[in-house]
Design a protein around this ligand. Structure first.
Ligand code: ADP
Ligand code: MG
Length: 263
């Protein structure tokens, strides 16, 4: 927070939107993140691949300030978040404010079953940002329109397909106008025939300039949409490259082995 002003201006253009440095996290004796360095710049789309259990979700949860890191820094537009300048964890109320800038979409959509699609989307605006009910609903409708669900605004989650529910969850994150969107395997819980509609919405967002980090197993999506692809394994980043390089000319044996399983 303190040096936001001094870093504004020309340097801000080169600054990563979201960046982690030397990120460490352990659960009990299980060292899950072992010094991860990762960043995404404005308008950039990064795809993160990697085997199950390699720490991908943990990195996203830490970036979204849903859990504290053991060590390392997280910064948004060059300003440290999640901790005070002295390095202490921020209190919940301060974290809640910083979280607004970072949208997250999970494998499980977790919509409120007793609320319509529009109210699910409006709720965050109303509850998190204190926006009046009427305006919140109007903005929710506009956002549902953007994910192709204007005809479903009055439906309850149980009346929607999994793909539609995930699009509502994307709208719910977008309506808060985050600076960056984190996606954690957003299509992994969907029936195969519903994956495409969610990926299409995400591709539209990417083409519209949204800054995105996407943990996914969708190799074709990563190749087509991402600016850079990252391989995660055992809590470290193994390889990071432009999609053509990553898929056609991987530098690391670990990447080649991983790709031989997913191709
Ligand atoms: P990925 O998303 O790549 O599959 P995760 O970040 O979910 O990997 O998990 C990495 C490791 O951390 C796994 O061994 C998992 O069991 C462990 N882990 C993740 N979250 C927790 C938690 N809340 N408590 C204990 N262990 C966890
Ligand atoms: Mg995961």
């Amino acid at each position: 927070m303190t040096d936001a002003r001094t870093t504004a201006g020309t340097t801000a253009l080169q600054q990563p939107t979201l960046q982690v440095t030397d990120l460490h996290k352990a659960y009990g004796g299980n060292e899950v993140l072992k010094g991860v360095e990762f960043e995404v710049r404005k308008g950039q789309v990064k795809a993160v691949l990697g085997p199950s259990g390699s720490g991908k979700s943990t990195m996203l949860r830490l970036m979204a300030l849903l859990e504290p890191a053991d060590r390392g820094d997280i910064s948004l537009h060059g300003t440290r978040i999640g901790r005070t300048p002295e390095g202490r964890h921020l209190p919940e109320r301060a974290l809640a404010v910083q979280r607004r800038d970072i949208g997250m979409v999970f494998q499980k959509f977790n919509l409120f079953p007793h609320l319509t699609a529009a109210r699910n989307v409006a709720l965050a605006l109303h509850a998190v940002q204190g926006i009046g009910r009427h305006e919140a609903l109007e903005r929710a409708h506009a956002m549902l329109d953007r994910v192709g669900l204007s005809q479903r605004a009055g439906h309850f989650p149980s009346e929607l397909s999994g793909g539609q529910q995930q699009r509502v969850a994307i709208a719910r994150a977008l309506v808060l106008e985050p600076d960056v969107m984190l996606f954690d395997e957003p299509t992994s819980a969907l029936d195969p025939e519903l994956v495409g509609e969610v990926l299409d919405v995400m591709e539209g967002l990417a083409r519209g300039g949204m800054t995105m980090i996407v943990v996914t197993h969708e190799v074709r999506f990563a190749r087509r949409v991402a600016d850079e692809v990252t391989l995660f394994d055992s809590g470290v980043i193994v390889e990071q490259a432009a999609p053509d390089e990553f898929f056609d000319n991987p530098q690391h044996e670990r990447t080649r082995r991983f790709l031989s399983h997913v191709h």
